[in-house]
Design a protein around this ligand. Structure first.
Ligand code: HEC
Ligand code: HEC
Length: 435
């Protein structure tokens, strides 16, 4: 009982306390929430403000930079223009080249400066050398600074870099030491080479005077001059190189040199150069197939080249054919005459027709195959003659349609006539041809 009272009285005390605390806590929580909310809002507001400030700054910066870019672009364009003007001597390269009285009106004459920049070679007699001078002492300094790292202080070569001095009298050895001193025949080569391509990796940075000095030093390293020596464009041709006489022309008769140096053979030449055959007649380019075939029948005015075994008749043949009999349709015969252009390179017809690379074709109908006097027929045609075969419409049509199929082994290089109409026409035409 006491405990229940006790617990009651405890609960009387504790509960309100707990309740009060809970109330206080929840109030505090609300307040804190409010506070949190407020501070959060204000910090968000701050952030927004900050961000827009930053954005503004960024915008300003961007437009500033854009201005700089535009400025730079303008400058680049300006420089490019100036460079173009400089390079062309005021000529505008984007415009068409001015018409000149030369073949194509292209390009412009090279400027003197451009030619000079390329024209740096030096010849053995000293031609091409610029004016200048340099002594051994200066040369030693320049060499130590710019060349010794690879070629050694005394031009003796570091590691495997080229040796520039010494090696005299080793040229006949199994392993000759070929240096400027022992091997090079001309001093001009030394000057030109050094001036043009050394120091390795920094070519063409040497002035003429530095080059003269270095070359003087290389001569000194080879014991070819004393330490007082000064080399210049004036005394340059006087320097004798050790191996000048070592280079000889190999004119032994069994070597090629004589072949190109002798008098050219001008005996037994042909009197004239002639075109004897057209590739189309030789069937190098087949009539059929392919994109760009030639249409022989269409080109009426194509000159026909004469394949000639007799030299009296070598000109372009344009004779009009004499037509002896006109029993058939003249239009067909005329068409046949056109088709005959395909044969003309090898066959003649009409008055005085001679054998060319093929036999003359007068009075063909009823003629014995392979029977023209003085013409060297193939075995196939000789056999046909021995068999007593004779040309008629049917035989001729078959032969001309496919010569090689009809007469196995014939020497007539002609692909054949494909169109029926052309075949009829040429046969009608050949019916009319005679002396
Ligand atoms: C970085 C290394 C280097 C430097 C520095 C250098 N050279 Fe060379 N030099 C070479 C090499 C590599 C060759 C061979 C090049 C070749 O055969 O194509 C060479 C070749 C030569 C030769 C020809 C040798 C021969 O017999 O074929 C001469 C002469 C020469 N150098 C002179 C000079 C001079 C003078 C300088 C200083 C102005 C110089 N070099 C600086 C690397 C160098
Ligand atoms: C590339 C030269 C060439 C062309 C083109 C050519 N021929 Fe021939 N022709 C010959 C040769 C070569 C012979 C002799 C063949 C042999 O001996 O095998 C021959 C033989 C002949 C013969 C046989 C003559 C005989 O005496 O028995 C006739 C017919 C003939 N050709 C007609 C023609 C006709 C028609 C054409 C044109 C449609 C033509 N040829 C085109 C070279 C040619």
């Amino acid at each position: 009982m006491g405990s229940s009272r006790m617990s009651k009285s405890l609960s009387q005390i504790v509960l309100p306390v707990a309740g009060g605390t809970a109330l206080a806590l929840s109030v505090a929580l609300v307040v804190a929430n409010l506070d949190y909310g407020r501070s959060k809002i204000s910090s968000l507001e701050q952030r927004v403000e900050q961000t827009s400030l930053q954005a503004e700054a960024a915008r300003n910066k961007a437009s500033e930079e854009a201005a700089v870019v535009a400025e730079l672009k303008a400058k680049v364009a300006e420089i490019q223009l100036a460079a173009i003007e400089n390079a062309t001597g005021g000529t505008n390269l984007t415009e068409n080249a001015p018409r000149k009285d030369i073949a194509y009106g292209l390009g412009r004459a090279a400027l003197t400066e451009e030619i000079t920049a390329w024209d740096v070679d030096v010849l053995p007699d000293g031609r091409g050398l610029p004016e200048g001078r340099g002594d051994v002492f200066t040369g030693e300094e320049v060499f130590a600074e710019k060349c010794a790292s690879c070629h050694g202080d005394f031009a003796e070569g570091v590691d495997n870099w080229p040796v520039l001095a010494g090696g005299f009298d080793t040229l006949a050895d199994k392993d000759p030491v070929k240096t400027v001193g022992s091997y090079w025949p001309y001093l001009s080569t030394v000057w030109d080479y050094v001036h043009r391509s050394m120091p390795f990796g920094e070519a063409q940075t040497l002035t003429p005077d530095e080059t003269y000095a270095i070359v003087a030093y290389i001569l000194y390293s080879n014991d070819m001059v004393d330490d007082e020596f000064e080399l210049s464009h004036e005394n340059f041709p006087d320097i004798e190189m050790y191996n000048t006489g070592g280079f000889v022309i190999d004119d032994r008769p069994d070597r090629e040199y004589t072949r190109w140096r002798g008098e050219p053979c001008m005996k037994n030449c042909k009197s004239a150069v002639e075109i004897t055959m057209r590739a189309t007649f030789l069937d190098v380019t087949p009539d059929e197939g392919g994109e760009s075939r030639m249409d022989h029948t269409a080109s009426e005015n194509t000159p026909t080249f004469v394949a000639s075994t007799d030299s009296t008749n070598t000109s372009v043949e344009t004779e009009t054919l004499e037509i002896s009999a006109l029993e058939t349709d003249p239009a067909v015969v005329l068409a046949g005459e056109k088709v005959f252009k395909k044969c003309k390179a090898c066959h003649a017809v009409g008055a005085g027709a001679k054998n060319k690379s093929g036999p003359q074709l007068n009075d063909l109908m009823g003629r014995m195959m392979g029977s023209v006097d003085g013409f060297k027929y193939s075995k196939a045609f000789k056999a046909a003659m021995e068999e007593g075969r004779v040309w008629n419409d049917a035989e001729l049509a078959a032969f001309l349609a496919k010569p090689k199929a009809y007469m196995k082994g014939t020497r007539m290089s002609f692909a054949g006539i494909k169109k029926e109409k052309d075949l009829t026409a040429i046969i009608e035409f050949l019916r009319t041809t005679s002396n």
